[in-house]
Design a protein. Structure first.
Length: 200
């Protein structure tokens, strides 16, 4: 089920964030302690849901329940509406820049992939198959977006459009940042789906 899968992936990602921040690949190291991956991830996920929820001009209670269920924040539709209004959030405010978490994970993925390729070039064991963390994040965006867009029977066109447009931007960023082909990206996604099926 998508709900169980999403909750599991968010939990895995939060643990990964903590581990990465104990290394030189973490945001904590790279920002001199001003930012860490876990805080960045939690903020980016909340902003993403607010972006989708508010893209049709309103936040309903079912969308708020998605945030409570998957992100663990005790919010209501009214508190989210107030937050969006107070901070003057809009579709543009979210989509103008690539989320910091995605940037940071792609940076880490590049370094890890380069190290693995070098080991393979030298004939050393590169270890188990490596799925870039940025692809796991992409799948969280996918599943969380679906949970918001399809949170009720009435699928809003603007929410669905913003959801698919944002995912396309994430794909483009990952492909470019990791010098990856679309086939490699899809293979990573398929691997995650099969991995989830083994866990169910």
């Amino acid at each position: 089920m998508i709900g169980d899968r999403l909750k599991r992936r968010i939990g895995v990602m939060r643990e990964l964030m903590k581990r990465l921040d104990q290394t030189e690949l973490g945001l904590k190291y790279r920002s001199g302690g001003r930012m860490d991956f876990l805080t960045s991830f939690n903020c980016d996920m909340l902003m993403y849901v607010l972006f989708l929820s508010g893209s049709d001009g309103r936040v309903n209670e079912k969308e708020a329940s998605v945030i409570r269920r998957y992100l663990g924040y005790g919010v209501t539709a009214e508190s989210l509406e107030s937050y969006i209004e107070e901070h003057r959030l809009s579709v543009d405010s979210f989509t103008l820049e690539t989320p910091l978490t995605l940037q940071g994970l792609c940076h880490a993925d590049r370094a890890i992939r380069a190290e693995r390729y070098e080991k393979e070039r030298l004939g050393e064991d590169g270890g188990q198959d490596y799925i870039p963390a940025s692809i796991i994040l992409r799948e969280i965006y996918h599943d969380l977006g679906e949970a918001v867009v399809y949170s009720d029977e009435s699928v809003d066109e603007s929410e669905n459009r913003d959801y698919t447009t944002f995912l396309a931007q994430v794909d483009e960023y990952i492909l470019d940042a990791l010098n990856m082909t679309e086939e490699e990206l899809r293979a990573g996604q398929e691997f995650l789906l099969h991995d989830d099926a083994r866990d169910d």
